[in-house]
Design a protein around this ligand. Sequence first.
Ligand SMILES: Nc1ccn([C@@H]2O[C@H](COP(=O)(O)OP(=O)(O)OP(=O)(O)O)[C@@H](O)[C@H]2O)c(=O)n1
Length: 398
Amino acid sequence: MKPIFQRAIPIIEKLEEAGYEAYFVGGAVRDLLIGREIADVDIATSATPIEMKAIFSKTVDVGIEHGTILILHKGEAYEVTTYRAESTYSDFRRPDEVRFIRHLKEDLQRRDFTMNSIAMDKSGELIDPFAGRESIKNREIKTVGSSEERFNEDALRMMRALRFKSQLGFALEEGTYYALKKKAHLLQHVAVERKLVEFNKLLQGDYRVDALTLLQDSNLHRHLPMLSQKEKALSQLVTYPLQSLSLPEIWVLLLKVFQFSEHEAKLGLKGWKMSSKDMKEILNLYQWFQKRLSKPFQATTIYHSGLTVAVSAEKLHQVYNHERVEYPDHLVEMYNKLAITSRKQLAVNGNDIINWSQQSAGPWLKEWLAKIEEAIILGELQNNKEEIREWLFQWNQK
Ligand SMILES: Nc1ccn([C@@H]2O[C@H](COP(=O)(O)OP(=O)(O)OP(=O)(O)O)[C@@H](O)[C@H]2O)c(=O)n1
């Protein structure tokens, strides 16, 4: 058994010793069978959160009303969830609607896809009542039982289907796809934050082009912020070599193919309820990419954008123009040649200039500093206090 599972066995054993059942479930078991990297292991148990808390000393309440607690064990945190009858995956289910159960099979039956409904005991034995292994072998994404019921329980699962398509390249089983098309409209009721998590994963998967095509064919895009009525632009997006772009870069390309102004871009990202940090990063890169489209980077532009943003904007420029994507070494060279890379490195500060000019501070000061900065970046002036003073003096005489 892989070490990541082995390390969690003591948790399963402790639950069993107390008379409960406990199994590995969900994404970790699926990824083990597919041969993908496993990020974290989840455990399902017949014990309720209160019963678990009586057994383990170090726990964190993360979703106790949904039956989930974190158990801390040897520096790692494990999500342990009580078997559930109804799907409690949706945000909209009230805690008092959650019904815990004592049978593993019933829990597995309420999970989204057959590949995600395989349990594994501590010896590595698989419990696979819904033929998840067969789906994995056939490379198909298939709901457990009635697709419509599974999507009614949580409409986000339709986005998850496409996200798995993007990550794994599996095909959507016919009935699952049919139900997805039929139930696409239910996605409008799902919290946008949850949709964003799945959409970001979708954008990063190796098979994103297929997933984005399916997103449109199924009409799911109509119930996502920004994407409704953007069929043409979405079809254009998939023609670009997205694999060479990072997630923020893909977002920028998306804004570009949508032909968004900066204001529209801001509103669009707000619609996704993106964190302000992510939004700022994307909007800043969008601005520099637009500038790059009209003019190549030069010393002054790269000074203001910074190297990382310049490299991203250059990559986007290559992708957008369907050029071969190559690391822009010339920008690194250009950046390394800059005499200064930030205003902090200027040999003078505002006080020096006030003293020399014998004027009181005002908006002019900022202008002067900017002029000094530019002259130094362009190599017209040395970053040396005496030289700057001399240069200012001469400039003032003009
Ligand atoms: N809407 C949802 C979300 C999750 N699940 C179930 O809960 C498990 C864990 O969900 P999550 O951690 O969100 O996703 P993973 O499938 O583990 O995928 P990944 O770790 O790659 O995100 C899934 O495997 C699935 O069995 C579900 O049935 N319906």
